[in-house]
Design a protein around this ligand. Structure first.
Ligand code: B4P
Length: 197
């Protein structure tokens, strides 16, 4: 099993690159943002709680997203590997993920961290907000709050994996194809070094 975390601030291209990576490598895509938006669309109590936080640019409580990831792992037991997109976003989520993977006798292979300037992040998210219908994308104050949450709570997650020498920084500016090639360049040798299962 090969598991990877695609990491970076809001708007860094995690969702965009995840689509291309899962199609090339056949990994199961687990995006907590997508899972939360699907709860919102189904008007569940969890979705209602999540929406009020997401609309302010705040993170959703750890126990909620950890629970969602735990059930997604259980219901995809036969996956050849997982691509985690937007998760973990706090140290508590990172520690919980390691424990969940350990129970399944697997671990994170690598964290690929996309590096993008704040001006570019804001520009991309406002542009997506023109068409996405996402209420967290069409207000610059909310976008700045999301970036603030990233610096306050999420950036430390990279240090957590750095401690295990699992982090690779990738330039997240350029065309979508250029960034995709840079990501594949990091993944390919790691997959080749794995004993086939
Ligand atoms: P997410 O759904 O994870 O979304 P995101 O961080 O906004 O965006 P992403 O990084 O995937 O977007 P992309 O760059 O691909 O989170 C939304 C919210 O959910 C969070 O704020 C939080 O409230 C909550 N949440 C989610 N997970 C959580 C967790 N684990 N714990 C707690 N709360 C959680 O796309 C941005 C735009 O850039 C797109 O329009 C794209 O087309 C464009 N773009 C991408 N690459 C580009 C490039 N190279 N050049 C130009 N434009 C590009």
């Amino acid at each position: 099993m090969f598991n990877l975390i695609l990491f970076g601030p809001p708007g860094s291209g995690k969702g965009t690159q995840s689509e291309k990576l899962i199609s090339r490598y056949g990994l199961k895509h687990l995006s907590t943002g997508d899972l939360l938006r699907s709860e919102i669309a189904s008007h569940t109590p969890l979705g209602l709680e999540a929406k009020s936080l997401m609309d302010k640019g705040h993170l959703v409580p750890d126990e909620v997203v950890i629970g969602m990831i735990s059930s997604a792992l259980d219901s995809n037991a036969k996956a050849r590997g997982f691509l985690f997109d937007g998760f973990p976003r706090t140290s508590a989520q990172a520690e919980a993920l390691d424990k969940l993977l350990e129970l399944k006798h697997t671990s994170i292979g690598v964290m690929l961290a996309l590096n993008v300037s704040e001006a570019e992040l804001v520009r991309r998210l406002l542009k997506r907000g023109e068409t996405s219908g996402r209420s967290d994308d069409n207000n610059e104050l909310v976008i700045r709050a999301r970036i603030g949450e990233y610096h306050a709570k999420t950036a430390v997650v990279a240090q957590y994996y750095q401690h295990f020498d699992k982090v690779k920084l990738v330039n997240g500016e350029g065309t979508i194809e250029e960034i995709f090639r840079a990501l594949c360049k990091e993944i390919d040798p790691r997959l080749e070094n794995k004993v086939p299962q």
